[in-house]
Design a protein around this ligand. Structure first.
Ligand code: ADP
Length: 492
């Protein structure tokens, strides 16, 4: 049984920003409405947050439009833009403890995960893109005839950015980093479950010197505030991270204006362990791959393919590690797993656990709730999973692992690729040729070999198939925020 860690609570963070941030001002929603954000570890209300809707989005777009069309941000010395972004990264670093606590309070993730994982990477992403600000350059092209032809890369304009609740601070950095470096202005909607850290970051951006109107934050719900961003003609591009179903709605709504879109969506990533792997490392990788962030990762290694020769032995390790995982108070530094983000996610995951049992998979460990308050779920492992079961096909977004057995390489690749998703995959083997062959044959945007969840600001991330399109991070991540202009000059 997973145990609930004894609470040794760190100080509760102060909640300072709960209003909309538009044109450098904190304002209530025009409707006067607010919504509750809760602490998923206790189910208690943390704060009332201003609930933006279409009228507020209108004001935010006007501000972002003005900042883009007439303001200093796209026009300033690009190196100065980079310097302001660096300052934002520094301010985040200076407040890392408080931000980690706020993230843990709003999202439920262990404070140590936010402190050592999410926020350092967010800082790194902002610094990385700050470095790009003065390195966005075109080409000269030797075309036929007496012409001078060159290209320019220009900011796409006002970016609408809609983010999910699983990595709130990190998602802000993935979205703001490339947009700011390119010279775009922003209307962001954080997820309704986790608005607090995004608002705090808006305050820090202002303190860093980001001019008014460049970053606007409108907390609220998807069908109102989110849809208003997607439909607004003043928004040039929408970057969305979330579910495939919502992406389909957004794509339809954006079609009228042929709005530029990038999507980072779900996954059902295969994590493949060959018999010749370092099994200690692979077991640790299987554990992190599924359980990181309470399993609420789009790239979670939720289908663990284990070669038949080692299946029994390997499953034993995975189950033992799952039982030893420390589930409990996110504010205890020893906690490895906090609660799921909200009741809806908790219910959805429990539904999948029930479906797995009904469909005949073996519940090797877990499957239950931890404690009586908060949305805690035991680390859960299913064995004897068949490919067609819901738990092997659909994204659960929780701490639920499906173990599948394989024996033949071609069969493995076919099964691993037999999914509409294609976000990530991992391979564990000591055979270098096998590792590269497998990496080549897997239809996924990221393949990890003998590691899992290794992210870097410089390495592009994104999906094949229905896991999305466009890439974030790296040089590729800048592209969606740039228009490429070709200028041809007659030399006659
Ligand atoms: P999840 O199931 O992980 O909550 P969603 O795709 O529902 O994923 O949510 C991701 C983000 O998209 C959130 O900020 C949410 O408010 C927003 N969203 C939901 N529905 C819409 C919509 N129709 N238009 C725009 N944004 C939306």
């Amino acid at each position: 049984m997973a145990t609930v860690a004894e609470p040794r609570r760190a100080a509760r963070p102060e909640i300072r920003q709960t209003q909309l941030f538009i044109d450098g001002q904190w304002t209530p929603a025009r409707s006067g409405k607010t919504f509750e954000t809760i602490n998923p570890a206790t189910e208690e209300v943390i704060a009332q947050v201003a609930e933006g809707d279409a009228a507020d989005v209108e004001a935010a777009v006007l501000a972002a439009r003005k900042a883009f069309d007439d303001g200093p941000w796209p026009r300033m010395d690009a190196r100065e833009r980079g310097r302001i972004m660096m300052r934002l990264a520094d301010l985040i670093e200076a407040e890392i403890d408080e931000l980690a606590a706020l993230e843990a309070l709003d999202n439920g993730k262990p404070v140590s995960d936010a402190r050592l994982g999410d926020i350092p990477l967010a800082i790194s992403v902002l610094r990385y893109y700050a470095g790009w600000a003065d390195k966005i350059q075109g080409q000269t092209i030797p075309i036929n005839g007496n012409f001078f032809c060159y290209t320019r890369k220009e900011p796409v304009g006002v970016a609408g950015q809609i983010i999910p609740w699983n990595f709130p601070i990190l998602m802000v950095s993935w979205k703001w980093g490339p947009a700011l470096a390119a010279g775009c202005t922003i209307v962001m909607k954080p997820a309704e479950q986790t608005p607090l850290t995004c608002l705090r970051l808006a305050r820090l951006a202002q303190e860093a010197g980001v001019p008014d109107g460049v970053i606007n934050v409108v907390p609220g719900f998807g069908p109102t505030a989110g849809a208003a961003i997607v439909k607004h003609p003043g928004i040039d591009k929408v970057a969305f991270t979330g579910s495939g179903e919502t992406a389909q709605v957004i794509m339809r709504q954006a079609a009228d204006q042929l709005k530029r879109l990038t999507f980072e969506l779900g996954g059902k990533s295969p994590n493949i362990v060959f018999a010749d792997a370092d099994l200690d490392a692979a077991a640790a990788g299987a554990h992190v791959g599924i359980y990181l962030n309470q399993g609420q990762c789009c790239c979670a290694g939720s289908r663990l393919f284990v070669e038949d020769k080692i299946h029994g032995e390997f499953v034993e390790r995975v189950v033992a590690d799952s039982k030893a995982r420390r589930v409990g108070d996110p504010f205890d530094p020893a906690t490895q797993q906090g609660p799921q983000v909200d009741r809806a996610q908790y219910d959805k995951i429990m539904g999948y656990i029930e479906a797995g049992q009904k469909e005949g998979a073996t519940l090797a460990t877990g499957g239950g709730r931890v404690g009586e308050k908060g949305f805690f779920i035991e680390p859960t492992v299913f064995t004897n999973v068949a490919d067609e079961m819901a738990i092997a096909r659909e994204e659960i977004f929780g701490p639920v692992l499906s173990v599948l057995k394989f024996s033949d390489m071609d069969e493995l690749i076919r099964r691993a690729n037999a999914t509409n998703f294609g976000l990530a995959a991992a391979v564990w083997t000591r055979d270098v040729a096998k590792a590269h062959q497998t990496a080549k044959r897997l239809r996924a945007g990221t393949v990890w070999v003998n590691c899992y969840d290794v992210f870097d600001a410089a390495a592009p991330f994104g999906g094949f198939k229905q896991s999305g399109f466009g890439r974030e991070l790296g040089e590729k991540g800048l592209d969606p925020y740039l228009e490429h202009k070709t200028v041809t000059v007659s030399l006659d």
